[in-house]
Every structure is written in C-alpha cells, then in structure tokens.
Design a protein around this ligand. Structure first.
Ligand SMILES: O=C([C@H](O)CO)[C@H](O)[C@H](O)COP(=O)(O)O
Length: 428
C-alpha cells in the first residue's frame, strides 16, 4: 500500500493555509491536516473551509484532545474532518469515548504518542482500545532538543497491526526512511509549508517516499488488504465460529447461489422504499465497500438492477438490505452480490429521508460505517472493525481445523468419533 503524504498546516492564517494546501496538493499531498495552531486560531471554521475548498481530500483535524473526547471528535467530524487526533497521554476513558464518537460519525481516530514515556506499550494498549491510527510524533519543541520520531518507529511497527502515522521534522530523506520502516502515513509540516516552493517540496518528498518504499520492498500489504484476503478464503460459518457462534443477520438471504461478498460497510438509514439515500450511497461508497441499508419494510424496495449496475462499475462489493429488493432476475444475471429480506416488484419514491454513514440496525445487528460485512450462501455476518484482523485470523484457524476433521471423516470416521463428542459433551 502506497504510504500517504499528509501535509500539516501549522499556520494561524486560514487564507494562507488554504493557499498552501492547494500548492501542496499540486505537489502530491494526499491528506491535508488542520494543524493545532490553525484550529486554535480559527476553530472548526478551519475544518469547514478546508473541506469546502479541497474537495476529495481527507481533512485531518489535529485537535490534540486531552479530555471530553466524544464532543471534540463530534464537532470536528461534523465540520468535515475524516481523521481526528487525540493525545495518547489522555485517560483511557477519554480515548474510549472518542472512539465511540468516531464510530458513530464514521471518522477515524488517530492517537498521538507525543511525549509518551513508553510509546510501545501505550501503542499496544491503544490498539486494544480500538484506535484506528497510531501517531508516532515528536513535537516541534522536542525536535529542537534533537528528538527523532524514527527512533521508536521500528519497535512500534513490530508491536501493532493498525496503521501508523509518523510526524516530527520530517524532510525528504527522513520521510522516505519512515516509509521504509513501515509508516502508513507520513506527516510533514514545516519542511513543506514553510518552503519557498511548497509544490516543489511536496513533490520532492512524495517522490522520495515512493522511491524508497519501492526499493526497500516495504510496501507491505495494509492491514485491510490482509484482512480482506483472509475473509475471502473463509466462510461465514467459520467467522461465526470464530466469534463464539455469533448468528448471521436475521432473515437476510442471498439473491443467488455461489455468492461471495467481503467489504467495509457504507451504511444507509432509509424508510420504506425511499431510494434517494440508498442510491446516493453509490456515490459515497468505493471499491471494497458494501452498501448496507435499513429499509424498514419488506413490501416496498429502495434498490434494484440499475443501482446495482452503477455500483458494479465502481467496484463496490455488494449490497445488503434489511427490507425488500427488486429486479432480482436482472441482478442475478449481472451477478452483483445482493442480500435482502424480501423481493417485490414495486419501489418507493426518492424523498431523501434518512442518512448515509451513521450507525444503523440491519438484520438485528448494529452496523457502523467501516464494520466488515461478509456474505455467502449461508447469509451475512458483521465483524466489528476494531476486531476484524483478529477475527479473520481466528476464522482461518477454524477453517484449518475443519479441513483436518473433513480429512478424517473421508477416511471413514463419523463426526462424533473424530471430535470425540461423547467425551466432550458438557457434563450435567
Ligand atoms: O503536530 C504538530 C506540532 O505538534 C505542531 O502542531 C506538527 O503538525 C507536526 O509535528 C508536523 O509538523 P513538522 O514537525 O513541522 O513536520
């Protein structure tokens, strides 16, 4: 996975910051960060303005939250931030509440290890709490006394599976070194925004990251890519077993046999056939994602063949509807992975009620934006995003064990004999 270049706008003048951001994007910047100084000087207006001005780019809010994590994440998310930072030095309860808010608003939480005594242990704990990104960061003042974020990067990389962002005085050489050491997001502030040629500096750093990462072979599979690969190899029964026999979504069935769908949820809350938000979700979702719709009715459909065709062209993985679907014959012909609780000939009206990428219920399960959705001939299961890699690995172990049992059955034993059921029944 190509490392992301995030440019930190540690500016206090918003107009200037926007101009710098546009020049940085011209040089190859992927994410644009509203730096802490900018947020302190302009508030959430900085986020809103960057979001409006820089369409299609992820806006990062470097809030450096230390307390009241939920409300600070909520305000930045509502202003348009896609990634929000809280300090790893804050209390676990702050981090947990910030994560709950991040899940609710469909944004990612980066937890900043700035000035943490034991960053490796803290990183492991933050991963357990559900952080989306670990920020390995040496602050500007620490840089002045010679501290370097690369000093701990390798040990943290070996300790956590979630994405790592690195920041702290990075230039073309150290940014490339960070990428080679496994950084997923390289954050650069001063060496781009305070350069005479912002575009040229961004381009130089972009190219050095790409060159070094390619040479060092360190473009490792992202966690998501590994997780997806495993989910593609296991069945929903394997996943259910890996989650202590968690049931599938209730009454939601595949549209055709031999179906397989793996993706991260883009959720839609709609009502009784109102197909505006479900269809708009096709513009929000991208390759590797699944549109999950709460329709609330088995008698009128918010989805059909035309919406399916548009999604299939974009590489969207499939659709799951708690409610009715229509055009099932045509959808079967194009084999767009679809699951629903009913099929009907009639659709509703595009009124526009409801919302995209909020927490919904589907098939009796809570589904948050970014949760993993896996469907096959058995049905659909939901895997919480913070446990996805672990569950995928556990499901693979279940599959391996079953492959072994199957081999013994094929040699003439019954299942009860192979698993020695009589011995392992719960004694009453
Ligand atoms: O977070 C930062 C710092 O604490 C000031 O807010 C910077 O954005 C981060 O360190 C990246 O900037 P540089 O260190 O100048 O590259």
């Amino acid at each position: 996975m190509r490392p992301i270049l995030q440019v930190a706008l540690d500016e206090i003048n918003l107009t200037r910051a926007v101009a710098i951001a546009k020049e940085a994007i011209e040089g190859g910047a992927d994410y644009i960060e509203a730096g802490t100084p900018l947020i302190k000087s302009e508030g959430m207006n900085a986020i809103r303005t960057l979001k409006d001005e820089l369409k299609g780019h992820v806006i990062v809010a470097d809030m450096k939250t230390m307390d009241t994590g939920a409300i600070e994440v909520e305000m930045a998310a509502k202003a348009g931030a896609g990634i929000i930072s809280v300090l790893g030095a804050s209390h676990d309860s702050t981090i947990e509440d910030a994560i709950r808010s991040a899940r609710k608003y469909g944004v990612r939480l980066m937890v900043d290890l700035i000035n943490i005594e034991d960053p490796v242990s803290r990183a492991v704990r933050l991963q357990e709490l559900g952080a989306d990104i670990i920020g390995v960061h040496v602050g500007v003042d620490q840089q002045m006394v010679g501290q370097d974020p690369l000093d701990v990067l390798s040990s943290i990389r070996r300790s956590v599976n979630i994405p790592i962002a690195v920041a702290g005085g990075l230039d073309a050489g150290s940014a490339a070194a960070a990428a080679a050491l496994g950084a997923d997001i390289v954050i650069v502030g001063g060496n781009i925004i305070r350069s005479k040629d912002v575009t040229g500096s961004a381009r130089l750093i972009r190219e050095s990251i790409d060159k070094k990462a390619a040479v060092s072979g360190k473009i490792r599979k992202s966690l998501d890519e590994e997780t997806r690969e495993i989910f593609m190899q296991v069945s929903t029964p394997n996943i259910s077993d890996a989650m202590h026999r968690q049931p599938a979504m209730r009454d939601i069935k595949p549209l055709y046999e031999g179906i397989k769908m793996v993706g991260k949820a883009v959720t839609v809350q709609t009502f009784a056939g109102d197909w505006a938000k479900p269809v708009e979700a096709s513009d929000v979702a991208g390759p590797g994602e699944v549109i999950v719709i709460y329709n609330g009715s088995n008698y009128v459909s918010p989805w059909g063949e035309l919406a399916s065709r548009g999604c299939q062209q974009k590489g969207i993985e499939g659709v799951v509807i708690d409610g009715a679907i229509r055009d099932v014959d045509d959808i079967r012909k194009i084999k767009f992975p679809s699951f629903a609780s009913a099929s009907v000939p009639n659709a509703g009206e595009p009124k526009g009620m409801g919302e995209i990428n909020v927490e919904i219920m589907c098939g009796g399960f809570k589904v948050r934006p970014g949760d993993w959705i896996i469907g096959d001939d058995n049905g659909v299961v939901v895997v919480p995003q913070e446990r996805a890699y672990e569950i995928a690995r556990r499901a693979m172990e279940v599959k391996k064990s079953e492959d072994r049992v199957r081999a013994e059955i094929e040699r003439g034993k019954t299942l009860a004999q192979v698993v020695d059921l009589y011995k392992w029944e719960k004694k009453t």
